[in-house]
Structures are given as C-alpha cells and as structure tokens.
Design a protein around this ligand. Structure first.
Ligand code: ZN
Length: 244
C-alpha cells in the first residue's frame, strides 16, 4: 500500500491527456531510460517517463512565458504543493528580478522530484483508461520507430523483440481488466469456466513498433487474440461497471 495525496493530480492528468490527444511526442527526455523501458517490462513505465518530462516541459514553458505575471499567491500555491508531497524546496526570493523562472531553473531537480511523486498518482488514474493508453502507445510507437536501438534488441525486420511478460504484470493486467477478455467479455478467471485461456496482448503490436511496456498490455481470450491482426492497434472501449 502507498499513501496518495491526489492534490492537483487531475490538473496534471488533464495536461497529459491533452498532450497525448494533440500528439505531443516524447521530447527532451532521457533516451537511455526510453530504450530500457521499451525493450523490457519495467515497473517505472514509459507513461511515468512521459508524465515527468511533459510536466517539466509544460511548466518550464509556462514559467518562462508567464513568469512575469505570476503573483505571490501562485508561488505560495507551488510551495504548498511541494510541502504536501514532502519535497523540500529553497525559498522564493521576492526581490529576485528574474522572478519565478529563475526559481524554477535553480530548483529544477526539486521540480523533477515533485513530478516523479505526482507521476505515480497520475499513473494510478490513467492506467485504468485503455482509451487513453492505446493513443499513448501510438505515440510511443512513433518514438520507437525513430530510436536507434542496440541490434540485439531488434528483430530482422527492425522491430523490438518479443520478451516474456513478468508475473507481476500478468497479475496486474488480469486484475485491471477484471479477469475478462476486453473485447468479448469472456470470463477468464477459471473459477467456473475451466477451458479458457488467458492471453496478454500488445495493444499496439510489436510489428507496428509497439513497445514492451506495461501500459501496452491488455487481457484477451485466445480467439480474440488470434483474430486481432498484428497490423491492428486497438483495445475495446468497454468497461465493467461497478453496478448495473
Ligand atoms: Zn475475446
């Protein structure tokens, strides 16, 4: 268990959701981490990386453009947010002529620390939303296509090699998708029905430059998995309701 604050998280989620809808690619990111996280299933996912880098880029641009108009109140809001997440940040010098942007520049490691903590919470919300995840994975695929990988990570066709999906991720996907095929709703729990087979499917296929990332995996039955072509980036937009 982990304690979440959910303070200002929906604003961050909204920035990330809009960024994906407007096709804002990975930019100004750590390529080494991208390579590591797209070639094997890591618990710090590509979505964590995207959230932190987008938040850094977004706020850096915002502070640069609108820093002059930021009043003491908005700085106080930031300081309060840092306090909520337990990140210690240097005091803001009101007499500093370069203003808030300078404060951000001097403390960019603290902002990154804050966004890493917030990314865990934003991930918690977005990981349930397959509508979002399939669009996010299409963005990821564009970067995978442009990235130079070590040759041992690639197939002869220049796609990422398939790697084994670890048990912790199979369990998480099974629970997120409530033990049912996301397409046809077949019960895959094996509690009553004993002849079903679980498949862990890449929403954006490796063949279309999909990544080996936790956010790209969904639960399907054998037959839906076989009928989904490796040229088809999709999920279903159906979800189990809490009640009818
Ligand atoms: Zn199915």
């Amino acid at each position: 268990m982990k304690e979440f604050k959910f303070t200002d998280i929906y604003e961050l989620v909204s920035i990330i959701d809009r960024s994906v809808r407007y096709g804002e690619s990975f930019w100004n990111y750590n390529e080494g981490i991208f390579i590591e996280s797209s070639t094997k299933f890591t618990k710090d996912t590509l979505l964590h990386l995207y959230i932190v880098t987008r938040a850094m880029n977004y706020h850096s641009r915002n502070f640069r453009k609108n820093g002059d108009c930021m009043d003491e109140e908005s700085i106080k809001d930031w300081i309060s947010l840092f306090r909520t997440y337990g990140v210690h940040i240097g005091a803001y010098d009101i007499s500093d002529e370069d203003g808030p942007y300078n404060w951000l520049e001097e403390n960019d490691d603290k902002f990154e620390e804050l966004f890493c903590l917030m990314a865990d919470e934003a991930f918690h919300i977005l990981f349930y939303n397959r509508n979002f995840l399939v669009e996010f994975n299409k963005l990821v695929a564009e970067t995978v296509k442009e990235t130079e990988y070590p040759s041992e990570k690639l197939t002869g066709k220049g796609r990422l090699k398939r790697v084994r999906i670890p048990e912790w991720l199979r369990t998480a996907i099974f629970h997120r998708d409530k033990g049912r095929c996301v397409y046809c709703n077949t019960d895959l729990t094996n509690i009553v029905n004993t002849i079903t087979q679980k498949n862990f499917d890449h929403m954006v296929p490796l063949d279309l430059f999909g990544a080996n990332d936790p956010c790209n995996i969904q639960l399907t039955c054998e037959s839906c998995n076989k009928s989904k072509s490796n040229k088809d980036s999709s999920t279903s937009f159906k979800y189990q309701l809490w009640w009818n």
